[in-house]
Design a protein around this ligand. Structure first.
Ligand code: NA7
Length: 547
């Protein structure tokens, strides 16, 4: 999946430098180039695709339907590309990204295998320092991805372990053969839940190490029928428009139910949830309009899923451990194929790390602490041997990849200092003190609570328009006003505070990474946000300072 041997040399000076060649960086390149800006992209990997370049773990696929998780900026592109399944696999999405790169001749302006190390604002330009040189840019766009900095927790003596270790977000390109191997998977978020059923089919024995049970809904993945595809493509614009009017910018053909879960009878509620369960996918949570605002409704919906787990998993003790007790949807809902069923296999078992924590690693496996069965004696230890350990432990989400770059703005201030208590920003696009620097799907924007490609396109279009208009005026720089930024952060907190999202630990809040400030980062609700961005642009970029 390389760059086909073509490696663009970075120019000394460009109008727009872009960090990252995932879906955000690729479209930003296309738009900026089409608007007449000289543009260059710096990409750490050896090919395009971002998330889909790195996350090659077994079973990796998107949990947004492929006919929606795709670009809409080119009618020709969306008509000619053929998705094979309701939910595309990682290889298929990567092929799509490569097709887009070829079709729009993007590679000639991308430096692959080039990591941006620092960004310094000096003399009204950004100095972009990379592993292979430096470029001056009037504007920098961070298209670094929300889930691209791997979170690899450390455990006592983990350096002694002699087996193989993998992180799902940095999977070997050549793949991994688990045949005949005793494998441990740590983590049961989306990556764990997608990979566990596939690894179980190959491994001799699979042990799942679960810290927090996740809620997962069946994907009901299927081959796309030509008739359905034709019906969408016949009116793709309208299909896209309806999606963008929903809170998560997806699933416009399955609107959120008009009632709260407490407003209907038990039977009606069960029926509505069953219909969504059978349909499969993230829209399960949309059966009722108060799933993430009313704790009682949320509990009733969660009860439904717990009952599904109880009746799917044969061993009652394993079923008990798999049943989450937290708010459903607080952590991102998972979408699976045969996840719970996998625990009925003879070669799979589950360890609940809350009951039996990891004590340390050894050369050949992991030692767990097991409470004495009566609960009165000394805790015992038990060692399991593993040939391989898979870390499905997630990411330093939303800010991790940005904070890895040493970003020094106006007056030498460091972004990491400005963000020491949380990622302050305006619209998730700009930070006060960092002129001409834009983020795509940054903290403070709906990003990960939406269909990412819709949010990406929205941001890229907005940024392109913004810098084009700045060029038309006599001004050269634009940045968030400090007061507008303060109000924006307050607004995001207020909106998030009206939901149940803040009631649990999650990567939305940054609590999955030790020492990260606890701040709810994405903004719920795409349509209101998009409207706000449009109004601000129309109002001469209200809340931004131009000079
Ligand atoms: P997630 O959703 O962050 O899941 C990570 C999992 O790893 C989760 O179950 C964590 O448990 C677990 N984890 C993390 N650190 C540890 C330690 N130290 N010990 C044990 N278990 C741990 O990441 P994914 O890659 O699965 O998914 C990320 C997103 O990608 C997903 O939401 C989709 O948008 C696509 P915890 O819940 O923190 O107790």
């Amino acid at each position: 999946m390389g760059n086909n041997g073509r490696m663009a040399a970075a120019p000394n000076r460009v109008d727009v430098a872009i960090v990252g060649a995932g879906f955000a960086g690729m479209y930003m390149l296309h738009r900026a180039r089409s608007a007449g800006f000289s543009t260059h992209v710096f990409e750490r990997g050896s090919g395009v695709g971002g998330t889909w370049y790195w996350n090659r773990y077994p079973g990796a696929r998107c949990d947004v339907p492929s006919l929606e998780y795709s670009y809409q900026f080119s009618e020709e592109l969306q008509q000619e590309w053929e998705w094979s399944e309701k939910y595309a696999t990682q290889p298929e999405i990567l092929r799509y990204a490569e097709h887009v790169a070829d079709r729009f001749d993007l590679r000639r302006d991308i430096s692959f295998e080039t990591t941006v190390q620092s960004l310094n604002w000096q003399n009204n330009a950004w100095r972009v320092s990379t592993t292979s040189g430096a470029t001056l840019a009037r504007f920098v766009v961070l298209a670094t991805g929300c889930l691209s900095a791997a979170n690899v927790p450390r455990f006592p003596d983990d350096d002694l372990y002699k087996g193989n270790t993998y992180h799902t977000g940095n999977w070997p390109h050549e793949g991994v053969d688990f045949t005949g191997k005793r494998v441990a998977v740590i983590g049961t978020g989306s990556s764990g839940i997608q990979s566990i059923p596939v690894i179980a089919e190959q491994a001799e024995y699979l042990t799942v190490l679960q810290r927090t049970p996740a809620y997962s809904v069946p994907a009901r993945n299927q081959t796309l029928s030509p008739d359905y595809v034709a019906s969408v493509k016949a009116n793709y614009g309208e299909f896209r428009r309806k999606n963008s009017l929903t809170r998560a910018a997806l699933g416009g053909d399955t609107p959120t139910g008009p009632q709260g879960a407490c407003e209907v009878s038990d039977q009606e509620r069960h029926n509505a949830l069953e219909v969504r369960w059978q349909k499969g996918g993230l829209l399960f949570l949309g059966a009722f309009n108060d799933a993430l605002t009313n704790p009682t409704s949320n509990r009733l919906i969660a009860d439904f899923v717990r009952e599904k787990i109880r009746t799917t998993v044969c061993d009652p003790e394993t079923a008990r451990k798999l049943m989450p007790d937290a708010v459903i949807g607080c952590k991102r809902l998972c979408v699976d194929t045969d996840y719970y069923e996998t625990f009925n296999r003879h070669n799979v078992s589950l360890i609940d790390l809350r009951e039996q924590p990891i004590q340390r690693f050894t050369e050949s496996g992991i030692v767990f602490t097991r409470p004495d069965t009566d609960g009165v004696g000394e805790p015992q230890t038990i060692e399991y041997e593993f040939d391989a350990v898979v870390f499905a432990t997630g990411f330093d989400a939303m800010t991790g990849a940005i904070n890895k770059i040493d970003i020094q703005g106006r007056d030498g201030q460091l972004l990491t200092d400005v963000w020491s208590e949380g990622p302050v920003n305006y619209l998730g696009l700009s930070v006060h003190g960092f002129p001409n620097l834009f983020m795509i799907t940054g903290p403070g924007s709906p990003s990960v609570l939406t269909n990412m490609i819709v949010s990406i396109q929205h941001h890229v279009d907005w940024i392109t328009e913004c810098i084009a208009q700045l060029g038309d005026s006599a001004k050269t720089t634009i940045e968030a006003d400090s007061e507008a930024q303060r109000e924006w952060v307050e607004h995001v907190n207020t909106v998030a505070g009206m939901t149940l999202y803040t009631s649990c630990s999650s990567w939305y809040l940054g609590t999955n990474v030790y020492g990260k400030p606890r701040v709810f980062m994405p903004l719920p609700g795409f349509p209101a946000y998009a409207q706000r961005c449009a109004e601000i642009a129309r109002d001469d970029y209200r809340g931004f300072v131009t000079r």
